[in-house]
Design a protein around this ligand. Structure first.
Ligand code: ARG
Ligand code: ZN
Length: 854
């Protein structure tokens, strides 16, 4: 069945309070639920309690067991009720250890934990499982004390004690009404890193990060990030934490990054655990970003939640925007922006251009889990960022204040958010709402002309929004563009940056007092999530890459220059590498630039992103063109790379932004040195690998070695395996690094690795470390033999039997078939058809595959 946004109806019955009683056991957990339902409005509809794979052991209504009073309708339990308020009591039994979906209550490395968003609660007990029903929870947990000494749920611990038979219990009360998806429990043998935080009003909050005892030394970074996030949300948004304790629990088997359950965040362990020996600098940043993201949800998500799942971006887009701003404040804003835009282009632009394109507020779905996408999250964040840009920080803050105050304790909509912004700022956002309803990445064509005689420059901006599934015709979007003009000779800006709103098909802007030929800098800071087309020459782009005063714009000019060169080279079989080489050299040796920025700016666009620019993607040709440019850069600038490599060598490990930037530049330089093919480079890489006192250096060297045929490569991989075979998160890197290699035998290696004893379909991290990495490797995934496609389809089918949500997430790379040549198209489609004709498919995979075939 298709669920449609326009069909939203307020709930028939409300549940102000609920009591849950868990007799926990991995094989058989008994759950008693007790709650009053109250009729909402005048209607005669029965009470529908959602269930998923549950069998009722008992149902009583107002204290009486009357089996004629209820019935099953599919998985759901239906009860006819005559009065305005009734007491419902049910009991069910489930097996957490048999739960391979990792939704609901499940077992992971000996512990029991939950994941309820979006619709996992119905796998725990019969209940109206929708986000607009907010209830106060009282939860009693009971379990074997030796196996599960720690019993956690949401809110405050109000009682605990020992029971007969080696069992014990804990009782938790959460004073804040919440929807089912924010419910959580954990029963485990874990230890906590405990700390505290004094809120701005002086309340003391106990903070605890729960992990296996051996992992305690790896929790310091997450704890520091948590405290920084709490302080940041007070300072930037005026939002204070609202309970006496805040718990984070690390879990090895987890479908996504983490979950913001009220006061009991449950995390994929890869976003909690970090130390220099096992985590890269990127891992450290991801830990801090996800800790902040989940913490920020306490206001943007929990205190104000979503009315229905079509509103998902209300909490996710806003919260991603908040965590991005937090991370920018903690480190380098320019580098953070570059990383975020690179991520958006890698994940969201292809989504917007493919068969699964949807607006940030979708209109319909078969399975809502398929809509936890880069569009809802990351494009959603860009929409909030545009509001911030258009309104300015003060009016934006007035808008969020109004939004939080007005909707506190309720389930809201995207429209509520925009209305609050509009009212608090006085800015008319009627057209801006198109960003919520129209899918597709707008294209903006910018043409600049100059009349030397009159000192005028004319800028013409024209936009078009491509058709997407179900949306053939688009209206022009309001697009805020930060732009500037620089004098070619003086290298100075004429009058500084301005914000131009393109809110129609076309806009003409005239600039006065332009006494020399101007160069256009546009979409500075990536002020709008659009594709800019200009006729700027290689010389203009090189100029901007050297002289623009916006670091993002400098990066962007360099990227565009590289992209133009590479696209030209794929089309013509050759290209002039000169301008790129010069620009890279200038950047690499510019004493005013910091290493972190240089490390980003000199990187060539990914093969995938180059492919996104072409009508028909030819992965082999793209790889060859890119490698030719890399080789040319490597040999021509050989001394500069070696110099950069040597000057960024550290004496000892430090976690400062400078030291991180140096490590970044060092690995990037080593990569170009390897591309230059000098015979001593594998040895240098192996030395770096051996001498490394941190994972950034070690994995960096391993990744660079992974692409070559050299004895050092094989030695490094076996050494890495021997060192880290007992650390699951690091072993994931061992799989990933092999799957990302561009060596011609990679496809064989990946297929072999799927039979490796350490590979498993049951752990989503491990699965993605191999399968996700393969699909990210454009060259190898599109191996002309078609084995990449077949392998992925085999994996989708195998995983679907265990974990449909995770299986469905693997499908999109196959769905991009239209973009490739005929042979590839046929092979990719054949795999999609093989999947869709398999009996017993989950609706998760069915939705992704069937939509991809249209
Ligand atoms: N709300 C969680 C977060 O953004 C993610 C939950 C993901 N759930 C899903 N079905 N994909 O932090
Ligand atoms: Zn989130």
């Amino acid at each position: 069945p298709i669920i449609r946004r326009e069909e939203y109806r307020a709930p028939d019955w409300l549940v102000p309070e609920v009591e849950l009683d868990f007799a926990l056991d991995p094989a058989a957990t008994r759950i008693k639920a007790r709650f009053h339902v109250t009729r909402n409005g005048a209607h005669h509809r029965p009470l529908r309690l959602d269930g998923d794979g549950l069998t009722a052991l008992s149902v009583t209504i107002d204290g009486a067991a009357d089996d004629d009073a209820w019935r099953m309708a599919g998985d759901d339990l239906l009860i006819d009720l005559s009065g305005e308020s009734h007491l419902i009591e049910t009991e069910v039994e489930i097996s957490p250890q048999a739960n391979t979906q990792l939704m609901g209550l499940y077992a992971s490395t000996g512990m029991l934990c939950t994941q309820c968003e979006p619709e996992g609660f119905r796998r725990i007990t019969f209940f109206p499982d929708r986000p607009d029903i907010l209830s106060r929870y009282t939860v009693r947990l009971e379990a074997d004390k030796a196996r599960f000494p720690v019993l956690l749920s949401n809110g405050d611990l109000v009682g605990s004690g020992d029971l007969d038979g080696g069992r014990h219990f804990a009782r938790w009360v959460d004073p804040f009404p919440k929807p089912t998806y924010l419910f959580a429990l954990v029963a485990a043998d874990l230890k906590a890193n405990v700390d505290q935080f004094a809120t701005m009003s002086g309340r003391n909050v106990k903070l605890a990060i729960w992990v296996a005892e051996a992992d305690l030394p790896k929790t310091g970074h997450a704890m520091a990030a948590l405290k920084a996030s709490m302080a940041w949300d007070e300072k930037v948004y005026g939002r204070e934490y609202d309970l006496g304790e805040f718990n984070i629990v690390a879990v090895a088997d987890f479908n996504f990054g983490a979950m913001e359950n009220k006061s009991l965040n449950i995390f994929n362990s890869r976003y909690v655990l970090a130390d220099p020996e096992t985590a890269t600098d990127a891992d450290f940043d991801a830990v801090a970003g996800v800790v902040a993201h989940e913490y920020f949800h306490n206001w943007s998500g929990n205190r104000v939640t979503c009315r229905d799942w079509f509103q998902l971006s209300l909490k996710e887009g806003f919260t991603v925007f908040r965590d991005q701003a937090f991370s920018a404040d903690q480190g380098s804003p320019a580098v953070k922006r570059i990383e975020d835009v690179r991520g958006l282009r890698a994940a969201q632009f292809p989504e917007d251009a493919g068969p699964l394109a949807h607006p940030i507020r979708p209109e319909s779905y078969i399975e809502i889990s398929n809509f936890y996408t880069a569009t809802v999250y990351n494009k959603g964040a860009e929409i909030i960022r545009m509001l911030h840009t258009m309104l300015g920080p003060q009016r934006f803050r007035a808008g969020t204040d109004l939004y939080f105050t007005r909707h506190d304790g309720t389930a809201a909509t995207c429209e509520d958010f925009v209305l609050a912004m509009e009212e608090a700022s006085g800015v008319d956002l009627s057209r801006f709402r198109l960003w919520y309803s129209q899918a597709g990445t707008p294209r903006v064509k910018a043409t600049l002309t100059h009349e030397a005689a009159s000192g005028r420059a004319h800028l013409t901006l024209e936009q078009s929004v491509p058709a997407t599934p179900g949306q053939p015709d688009k209206q022009p979007m309001p697009i805020p563009l930060r732009l500037d003009l620089f004098g070619e000779k003086t290298q100075r800006s004429f009058g500084g940056e301005r914000l131009v709103m393109l809110d129609d098909d076309r806009l003409d802007v005239t600039f006065e007092g332009i006494g020399e030929r101007p160069v256009l800098s546009i979409n500075r800071g990536f002020s709008a999530p659009v594709i800019i087309e200009t006729d700027r020459s290689a010389a203009d782009l090189a100029f901007l890459s050297a002289h623009d005063d916006d670091p993002f714009a400098r990066y962007e000019a360099m990227q565009q220059l590289m992209l133009d060169t590479l696209v030209g080279s794929v089309a013509n079989g050759k290209a002039d590498h000169g301008p790129v080489i010069e620009a890279v050299q200038r950047t690499l040796t510019d004493p005013m630039l910091d290493s972190a920025f240089i490390g980003e700016a000199v990187l060539l666009p990914s093969e995938g992103f180059i492919g996104d620019q072409m009508l028909v993607v030819d992965p082999q040709a793209i790889h060859q063109a890119r490698e030719a440019l890399r080789r040319d850069l490597g040999t021509t600038l050989s001394d500069a790379w070696r110099d950069a490599y040597d000057r960024s060598r550290a004496n000892r490990f430090e976690q400062t932004p400078q030291a991180k930037g140096a490590r970044r530049l060092r690995n990037v330089s080593l990569g170009f040195m390897m591309a230059g093919k000098a015979t001593d480079v594998p040895g240098i890489a192996k030395d770096q690998f051996d001498a490394a006192d941190n994972m950034t250096d070690r994995q960096g060297a391993l990744g660079i070695l992974s692409n070559v045929y050299a004895p050092e490569r094989d030695a490094a991989f076996s050494d890495f395996y021997a060192r880290y075979r007992d650390n699951g998160l690091v072993l994931d890197k061992w799989f990933t690094t092999q799957a990302l290699s561009v060596r011609p035998d990679t496809i064989d290696q990946v297929i072999d690795l799927a039979d490796h004893p350490d590979f498993t379909l049951n752990n989503p991290n491990r699965l993605r470390s191999l399968v996700g990495a393969l699909s990210a490797n454009q060259l190898v995934f599109h191996d002309p033999s078609g084995r990449g496609y077949r392998f992925l389809a085999d994996m989708v089918l195998a995983v679907d039997k265990l974990n449909p949500q995770t299986a469905a997430k693997l499908v999109p790379p196959l769905g991009r078939w239209r973009r490739f040549g005929e042979t590839a198209q046929t092979a990719m489609r054949a795999e999609l058809e093989r999947i869709v004709s398999t009996p017993g498919l989950s609706k998760d995979v069915f939705e992704q595959v069937s939509k991809s075939l249209v």
